[in-house]
Design a protein around this ligand. Structure first.
Ligand code: PLP
Length: 466
C-alpha cells in the first residue's frame, strides 16, 4: 500500500512526484488562507464550526490519498479557524507568527528532527543553544544562565520551579528527585494573590500544592505589595510576576528582590510576556530587578511572535535544572556537551528552538523592541479611543494590555458577544478585581494602525447598540 495513493503500486519516481505535488498544493492552500486574512471574520461563523462535524466519521478501515486528506483539511478546517494572522485578534495574550518563524516551522516539519539530544539533530541543538543565549541577553539575565525550550510558560514555570524545588531541598540536605517529598523538609511558597493560575498548576504538579502557599496581597494593578511580604528564608520559593495577564502590571522587583535574596529565598519570575519589555529601551524600566532572580519562565509565542508553541525556562544555576530533569539510559550518549534532554521535562521533542532562532534572527534586538513599542502604543490608542467614547478603562495602560468596562456586567458581556460575532476583531472577557471587563491584548507583529482604528470603531458600534 502506498501512503500517498491507496491503490496500485507506484515506482519510486512516481512517489516522489506525488509528494512534491502534495506539498506544492499544501503551500498553495496555506497561502490562499493567509491571503484571505483581510476579508475573513476573526471568529468563524456558526455554520463553519457546525461543518466540523463532517470530521466525526468512524475510524477509517482503509487509506485515503494524501491529496484528498489535505483537501478535506483545508475545505473543512480552514473556515473554522480563529483568524489570528490579520492582526485583529486581541484575545488572551496571543502573538502572531512572524513570516520567518512560519517558514522555519515548515522547514522543521520537513526535517522531522528530534531535538532530544545532539546526535539526533546537530542543527536543531545548535540553533536552540544560540537562541537561548540570545534570549538570555535580550532579557538582560546573568551570564551563565541556562535553560530549556518547552511548549509554553506553563511548562516553563513547571521546569523552573522543579529547579527551585531541587535547590531549596538540597540546602536542607534532601535530594528530592531521588527521595521524593514524603518526609522532606518543609518548603514555603510565597506568591502574589494575582499570580497566573499556571504557576499554581505547576506547584501542584511538583507536589508543592496549588493552595499550600502564602499569598501576598496586591494593589489596584495586581502588583504584589512590597510592604506585605511574609517571613522568608532558605526554604522559601518566592514567585514574582512580570506582566499580569489582565492588567500588564509588573511586581516591584527592584524593591522586593534584594530583600528576598538577602534572606536566602529562591526567587522565580513568571514573565510569560512582560519580561520581553526588557528588549525595549522605552519599556525596559518595568523589568528592573527581575534580572536578580534565580529562575524565569517566558513565552516566545507571545511578544516575540514565534508560532505555537514555544516557551522558555531559564535558570541562573543551570545545574539545578539539570539535576531536576536529567536521566540516564544505556542507549543515550553521555558526553561533555549540553544535551537538551538533560534540561527538559521531555525527551523526544519538536525542534522549536529553530523557530525561536528564526524569529530572533529576523527581528534582531531592534525588531523585537519595535514590536513591544508598537503593540503598547496600539494599546494606548485603544484606551484613549474607548475613553473618548465614554467607557471606563480599569487598568493603568503601561504596556500592551487594556481592560475596559462598557458599564454593568451585563452590558459588558453583551458588548463582547457582539464584538466577537461582528468578526472585525476578537476580544475576550475577564473579571478584574470584582468588575467584569473586556480584555484587549495587542501582541501581534501584524497589527497596524488601520487594524486598531477598524477594531475600535467595531467595538464602539457594538457597545452602543441598544
Ligand atoms: C500566558 C501566560 C501563562 C501561561 O502561558 P502558556 O504559554 O499558555 O502556557 C503564564 N503566565 C502568564 C503571566 C501568562 O501571561
Amino acid at each position: 500500500m502506498c501512503v500517498l495513493q491507496p491503490s496500485g503500486t507506484l515506482s519510486q519516481s512516481e512517489i516522489l512526484r506525488l509528494r512534491t505535488a502534495l506539498l506544492h498544493n499544501t503551500a498553495k492552500a496555506a497561502l490562499e488562507y493567509l491571503d484571505g486574512e483581510e476579508t475573513r471574520a476573526v471568529q468563524p461563523s456558526a455554520a463553519a464550526v457546525a461543518a466540523l462535524d463532517a470530521f466525526r466519521e468512524p475510524l477509517p478501515e482503509g487509506p485515503m490519498a494524501a491529496t484528498e486528506v489535505l483537501e478535506q483539511l483545508h475545505r473543512l478546517g480552514s473556515p473554522a479557524t480563529i483568524a489570528k494572522t490579520a492582526g485583529r485578534f486581541f484575545g488572551f495574550v496571543n502573538g502572531g507568527c512572524l513570516p520567518a518563524a512560519l517558514a522555519a516551522a515548515w522547514m522543521v516539519s520537513a526535517w522531522d528532527q528530534n531535538a532530544a539530544i545532539f546526535v539526533q539533530s546537530p542543527t536543531a541543538i545548535t540553533l536552540e543553544e544560540v537562541a537561548l543565549e540570545w534570549v538570555r541577553e535580550l532579557l538582560g539575565l546573568p551570564a551563565g544562565t541556562g535553560g530549556a525550550v518547552v511548549t509554553g510558560a506553563t511548562m516553563a514555570n513547571f521546569a523552573a520551579l522543579a529547579a527551585a524545588r531541587r535547590a531549596v531541598c538540597l540546602r536542607a540536605g534532601w535530594d528530592v528527585e531521588a527521595d521524593g517529598l514524603f518526609g522532606a523538609p518543609e518548603i514555603t511558597v510565597v506568591i502574589g494573590a494575582e499570580a497566573h493560575p499556571s504557576v499554581h498548576k505547576a506547584l501542584g504538579l511538583l507536589g508543592l500544592g496549588r493552595n499550600r502557599v502564602v499569598r501576598v496581597p496586591v494593589d489596584s494593578q495586581g502588583r504584589m505589595r512590597a510592604d506585605s511580604l511574609p517571613h522568608m528564608d532558605q526554604r522559601t520559593i518566592l514567585c514574582l510576576q512580570a506582566g499580569n495577564v489582565n492588567s500588564g502590571a509588573f511586581d516591584a522587583a527592584a524593591a522586593i528582590v534584594p530583600e528576598a535574596r538577602a534572606k536566602g529565598a529562591w526567587i522565580h519570575v513568571d514573565g510569560a510576556f512582560g519580561l520581553w519589555a526588557a528588549a525595549s529601551p522605552q519599556y525596559r524600566h518595568w523589568t528592573k530587578g527581575f534580572e536578580q532572580a534565580d529562575s524565569w519562565a517566558t513565552d516566545a509565542h507571545k511578544w516575540p511572535n514565534v508560532g505555537y508553541d514555544c516557551g522558555i525556562a531559564l535558570v541562573r544555576e543551570p545545574e539545578m535544572l539539570r539535576g531536576a530533569m536529567s536521566m540516564t539510559a544505556s542507549y543515550l550518549p553521555m558526553g561533555e556537551r549540553r544535551e537538551p534532554a538533560d534540561y527538559n521535562p521531555e525527551l523526544s521533542r519538536r525542534a522549536r528552538g529553530v523557530e525561536l532562532w528564526a524569529a530572533l534572527r529576523s527581528l534582531g534586538r531592534a525588531g523585537l523592541a519595535e514590536i513591544v513599542e508598537h503593540t503598547s502604543a496600539h494599546a494606548r490608542r485603544f484606551a484613549a479611543g474607548l475613553m473618548a467614547a465614554g467607557y471606563e478603562i480599569l487598568n493603568e495602560v503601561t504596556i500592551n494590555q487594556v481592560l475596559v468596562s462598557f458599564g454593568s456586567r451585563e452590558k459588558t458581556l453583551r458588548a463582547i458577544e457582539r464584538i466577537q460575532q461582528d468578526g472585525t476583531c476578537w476580544c475576550g472577557s475577564t473579571v478584574w478585581q470584582g468588575k467584569t471587563a473586556m480584555r484587549i491584548s495587542v501582541s501581534s507583529w501584524a497589527t497596524t494602525e488601520q487594524d486598531v482604528e477598524r477594531s475600535l470603531a467595531a467595538m464602539v458600534r457594538a457597545a452602543r447598540e441598544p
